[in-house]
Design a protein around this ligand. Structure first.
Ligand code: NAP
Length: 328
Protein backbone atom coordinates (compact mmCIF):
# COMPACT_ATOMS: atom_id res chain seq x y z
CA UNK A 1 0.00 0.00 0.00
CA UNK A 2 1.52 3.36 -0.90
CA UNK A 3 1.07 6.01 1.75
CA UNK A 4 2.07 9.64 1.77
CA UNK A 5 4.95 9.76 4.21
CA UNK A 6 5.27 12.56 6.77
CA UNK A 7 8.55 13.66 5.12
CA UNK A 8 6.84 13.76 1.72
CA UNK A 9 4.21 16.07 3.22
CA UNK A 10 7.10 18.40 4.03
CA UNK A 11 8.31 18.29 0.42
CA UNK A 12 11.18 15.79 0.76
CA UNK A 13 11.51 13.03 -1.83
CA UNK A 14 11.56 10.31 0.83
CA UNK A 15 11.32 6.64 -0.14
CA UNK A 16 9.55 4.07 2.07
CA UNK A 17 12.80 2.12 2.40
CA UNK A 18 16.05 3.58 3.65
CA UNK A 19 19.41 1.93 3.32
CA UNK A 20 21.11 1.88 6.73
CA UNK A 21 24.89 2.12 6.39
CA UNK A 22 25.87 0.78 9.82
CA UNK A 23 27.28 -2.39 8.29
CA UNK A 24 29.62 -0.59 5.89
CA UNK A 25 33.23 0.33 6.57
CA UNK A 26 34.62 -3.03 7.66
CA UNK A 27 34.25 -4.95 10.90
CA UNK A 28 36.28 -2.76 13.25
CA UNK A 29 34.09 -0.46 15.36
CA UNK A 30 37.15 1.37 16.69
CA UNK A 31 37.80 2.78 13.21
CA UNK A 32 41.52 2.10 13.64
CA UNK A 33 41.70 -0.39 10.79
CA UNK A 34 42.01 1.53 7.54
CA UNK A 35 39.37 0.89 4.88
CA UNK A 36 40.29 -1.91 2.51
CA UNK A 37 39.50 -2.23 -1.19
CA UNK A 38 37.02 -4.96 -0.21
CA UNK A 39 35.22 -2.53 2.15
CA UNK A 40 34.94 0.04 -0.64
CA UNK A 41 33.72 -2.57 -3.13
CA UNK A 42 31.13 -3.72 -0.60
CA UNK A 43 29.87 -0.13 -0.21
CA UNK A 44 29.55 0.22 -4.00
CA UNK A 45 27.64 -3.04 -4.27
CA UNK A 46 25.30 -2.29 -1.38
CA UNK A 47 24.49 1.18 -2.68
CA UNK A 48 23.96 -0.15 -6.22
CA UNK A 49 21.61 -2.85 -4.92
CA UNK A 50 19.69 -0.30 -2.84
CA UNK A 51 19.36 2.11 -5.78
CA UNK A 52 18.24 -0.75 -8.04
CA UNK A 53 15.18 -1.35 -5.84
CA UNK A 54 14.30 2.34 -5.67
CA UNK A 55 15.95 3.33 -2.39
CA UNK A 56 17.12 6.95 -2.56
CA UNK A 57 17.61 7.55 1.15
CA UNK A 58 20.74 6.65 3.12
CA UNK A 59 21.14 6.57 6.88
CA UNK A 60 24.45 7.03 8.66
CA UNK A 61 25.79 7.87 12.10
CA UNK A 62 29.17 9.32 12.96
CA UNK A 63 29.82 6.33 15.26
CA UNK A 64 29.29 3.63 12.63
CA UNK A 65 32.72 2.01 12.54
CA UNK A 66 33.89 5.25 14.16
CA UNK A 67 33.47 7.12 10.88
CA UNK A 68 34.58 4.39 8.50
CA UNK A 69 31.03 3.73 7.27
CA UNK A 70 30.77 7.37 6.16
CA UNK A 71 34.24 7.19 4.60
CA UNK A 72 33.32 4.05 2.64
CA UNK A 73 30.19 5.80 1.38
CA UNK A 74 32.25 8.80 0.29
CA UNK A 75 34.00 6.60 -2.29
CA UNK A 76 30.64 5.83 -3.87
CA UNK A 77 29.77 9.52 -4.02
CA UNK A 78 33.19 10.39 -5.44
CA UNK A 79 32.74 7.95 -8.28
CA UNK A 80 29.21 9.14 -9.01
CA UNK A 81 29.13 12.88 -8.27
CA UNK A 82 25.56 13.28 -9.61
CA UNK A 83 24.31 10.90 -6.92
CA UNK A 84 24.47 13.45 -4.11
CA UNK A 85 21.59 15.51 -5.50
CA UNK A 86 19.53 12.39 -6.26
CA UNK A 87 19.47 11.01 -2.71
CA UNK A 88 18.58 12.06 0.79
CA UNK A 89 21.53 11.77 3.14
CA UNK A 90 20.97 11.49 6.87
CA UNK A 91 23.44 11.07 9.69
CA UNK A 92 23.35 11.09 13.48
CA UNK A 93 25.45 12.40 16.32
CA UNK A 94 25.37 12.60 20.09
CA UNK A 95 26.87 9.26 21.10
CA UNK A 96 30.44 9.70 22.16
CA UNK A 97 32.76 6.72 22.34
CA UNK A 98 35.78 6.62 24.65
CA UNK A 99 38.22 9.36 23.69
CA UNK A 100 40.85 11.63 25.20
CA UNK A 101 38.19 13.12 27.59
CA UNK A 102 36.82 9.85 29.01
CA UNK A 103 37.46 6.12 28.84
CA UNK A 104 33.75 5.20 28.43
CA UNK A 105 30.86 5.79 26.06
CA UNK A 106 28.46 8.58 26.98
CA UNK A 107 25.98 10.85 25.21
CA UNK A 108 26.74 14.48 24.49
CA UNK A 109 24.23 17.03 23.18
CA UNK A 110 26.38 20.05 24.01
CA UNK A 111 26.50 22.73 21.34
CA UNK A 112 30.25 22.32 20.82
CA UNK A 113 30.04 18.57 20.43
CA UNK A 114 27.13 18.65 17.97
CA UNK A 115 28.95 21.23 15.83
CA UNK A 116 32.19 19.26 16.02
CA UNK A 117 30.39 16.05 14.98
CA UNK A 118 28.67 17.58 11.98
CA UNK A 119 31.93 19.01 10.66
CA UNK A 120 33.44 15.53 10.92
CA UNK A 121 30.46 13.91 9.20
CA UNK A 122 30.56 16.34 6.26
CA UNK A 123 34.29 15.96 5.91
CA UNK A 124 34.19 12.13 5.95
CA UNK A 125 31.26 11.94 3.54
CA UNK A 126 32.86 14.59 1.32
CA UNK A 127 29.63 16.58 1.07
CA UNK A 128 28.60 20.18 1.82
CA UNK A 129 25.36 19.45 3.61
CA UNK A 130 23.22 16.78 5.24
CA UNK A 131 19.56 16.57 4.37
CA UNK A 132 18.73 15.46 7.90
CA UNK A 133 20.69 15.33 11.16
CA UNK A 134 19.38 13.13 13.98
CA UNK A 135 20.30 13.24 17.66
CA UNK A 136 21.16 9.58 18.20
CA UNK A 137 20.09 8.74 21.78
CA UNK A 138 18.70 10.96 24.53
CA UNK A 139 21.38 12.68 26.61
CA UNK A 140 20.22 12.91 30.25
CA UNK A 141 22.30 16.11 30.60
CA UNK A 142 20.63 17.78 27.61
CA UNK A 143 20.11 21.54 27.72
CA UNK A 144 17.58 22.32 24.97
CA UNK A 145 19.11 25.80 24.57
CA UNK A 146 22.46 24.23 23.63
CA UNK A 147 20.82 22.02 21.02
CA UNK A 148 18.88 25.01 19.71
CA UNK A 149 22.04 27.09 19.39
CA UNK A 150 23.79 24.27 17.49
CA UNK A 151 20.84 23.72 15.16
CA UNK A 152 20.64 27.47 14.40
CA UNK A 153 24.32 27.61 13.47
CA UNK A 154 24.11 24.46 11.34
CA UNK A 155 21.02 25.64 9.52
CA UNK A 156 22.36 29.16 8.91
CA UNK A 157 25.65 27.75 7.59
CA UNK A 158 23.72 25.52 5.18
CA UNK A 159 25.29 22.42 6.71
CA UNK A 160 22.02 20.75 7.74
CA UNK A 161 18.60 21.20 6.14
CA UNK A 162 16.32 19.31 8.52
CA UNK A 163 16.60 18.02 12.08
CA UNK A 164 15.30 14.95 13.87
CA UNK A 165 15.89 12.56 16.74
CA UNK A 166 16.30 8.88 17.39
CA UNK A 167 15.16 6.59 20.23
CA UNK A 168 13.13 9.36 21.86
CA UNK A 169 9.70 9.51 23.45
CA UNK A 170 7.13 12.17 22.60
CA UNK A 171 7.79 13.98 25.89
CA UNK A 172 11.53 14.11 25.21
CA UNK A 173 10.85 15.67 21.80
CA UNK A 174 8.42 18.12 23.39
CA UNK A 175 11.12 19.07 25.90
CA UNK A 176 13.63 19.78 23.12
CA UNK A 177 11.04 21.98 21.47
CA UNK A 178 11.04 24.31 24.49
CA UNK A 179 14.10 25.86 22.83
CA UNK A 180 14.54 24.35 19.38
CA UNK A 181 12.66 26.31 16.72
CA UNK A 182 13.31 24.06 13.72
CA UNK A 183 10.68 21.35 13.23
CA UNK A 184 11.69 17.89 14.46
CA UNK A 185 10.91 15.86 11.35
CA UNK A 186 12.14 12.34 12.16
CA UNK A 187 12.15 9.93 15.10
CA UNK A 188 14.08 6.68 14.47
CA UNK A 189 13.24 3.74 16.75
CA UNK A 190 13.66 -0.02 16.79
CA UNK A 191 10.48 -1.54 15.39
CA UNK A 192 9.82 -4.87 13.72
CA UNK A 193 7.64 -7.93 13.97
CA UNK A 194 10.13 -9.15 16.60
CA UNK A 195 10.30 -5.81 18.46
CA UNK A 196 6.57 -5.20 18.24
CA UNK A 197 6.13 -3.55 21.62
CA UNK A 198 5.40 -0.30 19.76
CA UNK A 199 2.02 -1.89 19.01
CA UNK A 200 1.60 -3.69 22.35
CA UNK A 201 1.94 -0.52 24.43
CA UNK A 202 -1.03 1.01 22.65
CA UNK A 203 -3.39 -1.78 23.68
CA UNK A 204 -2.00 -2.46 27.13
CA UNK A 205 -3.57 0.61 28.70
CA UNK A 206 -5.03 -0.49 32.01
CA UNK A 207 -3.35 -3.87 31.69
CA UNK A 208 -0.17 -5.44 32.94
CA UNK A 209 2.48 -4.75 30.25
CA UNK A 210 4.01 -7.81 28.64
CA UNK A 211 7.55 -8.61 29.70
CA UNK A 212 9.87 -6.81 27.34
CA UNK A 213 7.46 -4.00 26.43
CA UNK A 214 9.82 -1.07 26.63
CA UNK A 215 8.47 1.23 23.93
CA UNK A 216 7.36 4.58 25.37
CA UNK A 217 3.57 4.67 25.28
CA UNK A 218 2.15 7.57 23.26
CA UNK A 219 5.23 7.99 21.03
CA UNK A 220 3.51 6.80 17.87
CA UNK A 221 0.53 9.06 18.51
CA UNK A 222 2.82 12.00 19.28
CA UNK A 223 4.69 11.54 16.00
CA UNK A 224 1.48 11.16 14.03
CA UNK A 225 -0.01 14.28 15.61
CA UNK A 226 3.09 16.34 14.79
CA UNK A 227 3.80 14.92 11.32
CA UNK A 228 7.07 13.39 12.50
CA UNK A 229 8.47 10.67 10.25
CA UNK A 230 8.87 7.42 12.15
CA UNK A 231 11.82 5.40 10.87
CA UNK A 232 12.06 1.76 11.96
CA UNK A 233 15.56 0.50 12.56
CA UNK A 234 16.06 -3.27 12.70
CA UNK A 235 13.09 -3.95 10.38
CA UNK A 236 14.47 -7.33 9.27
CA UNK A 237 14.67 -8.31 12.95
CA UNK A 238 18.44 -8.73 12.37
CA UNK A 239 17.68 -11.94 10.50
CA UNK A 240 15.88 -13.66 13.42
CA UNK A 241 13.27 -15.11 11.04
CA UNK A 242 15.52 -15.63 8.04
CA UNK A 243 18.39 -17.70 9.28
CA UNK A 244 20.83 -15.39 11.06
CA UNK A 245 20.62 -17.91 13.91
CA UNK A 246 19.59 -21.55 13.80
CA UNK A 247 15.78 -21.42 13.77
CA UNK A 248 15.52 -24.88 15.32
CA UNK A 249 17.11 -23.42 18.46
CA UNK A 250 14.96 -20.27 18.49
CA UNK A 251 12.06 -19.79 20.95
CA UNK A 252 8.83 -21.46 19.75
CA UNK A 253 7.16 -18.09 19.09
CA UNK A 254 9.98 -17.10 16.73
CA UNK A 255 9.72 -20.45 14.94
CA UNK A 256 5.93 -20.05 14.56
CA UNK A 257 6.31 -16.48 13.28
CA UNK A 258 8.97 -17.56 10.80
CA UNK A 259 6.61 -20.26 9.50
CA UNK A 260 3.75 -17.75 9.25
CA UNK A 261 5.99 -15.31 7.37
CA UNK A 262 6.97 -18.04 4.91
CA UNK A 263 3.28 -18.82 4.37
CA UNK A 264 2.58 -15.18 3.53
CA UNK A 265 5.65 -14.93 1.32
CA UNK A 266 4.42 -17.90 -0.67
CA UNK A 267 0.85 -16.63 -0.86
CA UNK A 268 1.99 -13.17 -2.04
CA UNK A 269 4.71 -14.53 -4.37
CA UNK A 270 7.47 -12.70 -2.58
CA UNK A 271 10.14 -13.06 0.11
CA UNK A 272 9.98 -13.14 3.90
CA UNK A 273 12.06 -9.94 3.97
CA UNK A 274 9.46 -8.09 1.87
CA UNK A 275 6.61 -9.33 4.09
CA UNK A 276 8.46 -8.25 7.23
CA UNK A 277 8.82 -4.73 5.87
CA UNK A 278 5.33 -4.61 4.35
CA UNK A 279 3.99 -5.30 7.85
CA UNK A 280 5.67 -2.10 9.07
CA UNK A 281 4.64 -0.06 6.03
CA UNK A 282 0.99 -1.10 6.52
CA UNK A 283 0.87 0.96 9.71
CA UNK A 284 -1.01 4.22 9.12
CA UNK A 285 1.80 6.29 10.66
CA UNK A 286 3.60 6.00 7.29
CA UNK A 287 6.71 4.29 8.70
CA UNK A 288 10.00 4.12 6.79
CA UNK A 289 12.05 0.93 7.17
CA UNK A 290 15.83 1.31 7.58
CA UNK A 291 17.28 -1.94 6.28
CA UNK A 292 20.82 -2.71 7.38
CA UNK A 293 22.01 -5.78 5.54
CA UNK A 294 25.23 -5.58 3.49
CA UNK A 295 24.25 -8.71 1.63
CA UNK A 296 23.22 -7.89 -1.94
CA UNK A 297 20.70 -10.74 -2.18
CA UNK A 298 19.06 -9.72 1.08
CA UNK A 299 18.80 -6.10 -0.09
CA UNK A 300 17.14 -7.24 -3.33
CA UNK A 301 14.81 -9.49 -1.29
CA UNK A 302 13.22 -6.30 0.11
CA UNK A 303 12.15 -5.01 -3.30
CA UNK A 304 8.43 -5.91 -3.14
CA UNK A 305 7.81 -4.47 0.32
CA UNK A 306 6.17 -1.21 -0.75
CA UNK A 307 3.86 -2.92 -3.24
CA UNK A 308 2.45 -5.63 -0.99
CA UNK A 309 -1.10 -5.13 0.20
CA UNK A 310 -1.75 -6.55 3.67
CA UNK A 311 -5.36 -6.54 4.80
CA UNK A 312 -6.25 -5.61 8.37
CA UNK A 313 -6.73 -9.31 9.12
CA UNK A 314 -3.38 -10.28 7.60
CA UNK A 315 -1.61 -7.55 9.57
CA UNK A 316 -3.23 -8.71 12.82
CA UNK A 317 -2.53 -12.35 12.00
CA UNK A 318 1.20 -11.63 11.76
CA UNK A 319 1.24 -9.50 14.89
CA UNK A 320 -0.77 -11.93 17.02
CA UNK A 321 1.53 -14.75 15.93
CA UNK A 322 4.60 -12.70 16.84
CA UNK A 323 3.01 -11.72 20.21
CA UNK A 324 2.52 -15.36 20.98
CA UNK A 325 -0.76 -14.63 22.76
CA UNK A 326 -4.27 -13.75 21.65
CA UNK A 327 -5.73 -10.28 21.86
CA UNK A 328 -7.05 -9.16 25.27
N1 NAP B 1 18.98 4.80 15.60
C1 NAP B 1 19.59 3.78 16.17
O1 NAP B 1 19.85 3.74 17.39
C2 NAP B 1 19.98 2.63 15.32
C3 NAP B 1 20.44 1.43 15.89
C4 NAP B 1 20.80 0.38 15.04
C5 NAP B 1 20.70 0.53 13.68
N2 NAP B 1 20.27 1.72 13.14
C6 NAP B 1 20.14 1.91 11.68
O2 NAP B 1 19.25 0.94 11.18
C7 NAP B 1 19.89 0.13 10.18
C8 NAP B 1 19.35 -1.26 10.26
O3 NAP B 1 19.57 -1.80 11.53
P1 NAP B 1 19.86 -3.33 11.73
O4 NAP B 1 21.10 -3.68 10.98
O5 NAP B 1 19.78 -3.62 13.17
O6 NAP B 1 18.58 -3.94 10.98
P2 NAP B 1 18.15 -5.16 10.09
O7 NAP B 1 18.04 -4.68 8.69
O8 NAP B 1 16.96 -5.74 10.76
O9 NAP B 1 19.28 -6.27 10.23
C9 NAP B 1 20.43 -6.28 9.43
C10 NAP B 1 21.46 -7.08 10.17
O10 NAP B 1 20.97 -8.41 10.33
C11 NAP B 1 21.79 -9.32 9.60
N3 NAP B 1 20.94 -10.26 8.86
C12 NAP B 1 19.71 -10.03 8.34
N4 NAP B 1 19.23 -11.16 7.77
C13 NAP B 1 20.17 -12.10 7.94
C14 NAP B 1 20.25 -13.47 7.58
N5 NAP B 1 19.27 -14.09 6.94
N6 NAP B 1 21.36 -14.11 7.90
C15 NAP B 1 22.35 -13.50 8.54
N7 NAP B 1 22.33 -12.20 8.90
C16 NAP B 1 21.25 -11.52 8.62
C17 NAP B 1 22.57 -8.49 8.61
O11 NAP B 1 23.79 -9.11 8.30
P3 NAP B 1 24.34 -9.03 6.79
O12 NAP B 1 24.84 -7.65 6.62
O13 NAP B 1 25.39 -10.07 6.76
O14 NAP B 1 23.18 -9.35 5.91
C18 NAP B 1 22.75 -7.19 9.39
O15 NAP B 1 23.80 -7.29 10.33
C19 NAP B 1 21.37 0.29 10.45
O16 NAP B 1 22.16 0.07 9.32
C20 NAP B 1 21.44 1.72 10.91
O17 NAP B 1 21.45 2.58 9.79
C21 NAP B 1 19.90 2.75 13.94
Amino acid sequence: MSRILPLQKRGLAATPLIYGCMGLGGADWSGRTPLSQADIKEAHEAVDAALSIGIHFFDHANIYKSGNAEKAFSYVLKERPSLRSEILLQSKCGIRFADEQASFTRFDFSKEYILHCVDGILQRLGVDYLDILLLHRPDPLVEPEEVAAAFDILQQAGKVRWFGVSNMSGSQIEFLKTAVVQPIVVNQLEMSLLHHDFVNVGININRQPAIGDIFPEGTIEYCRTHNIQIQAWGPLAQGAYTGAQNLAEAPPVVQKTAAKLSEYAEKKHTTVESILIAWLLRHPAGIQAVIGTRNKERILACKDAANIELSREEWYDLWITARGEPMP
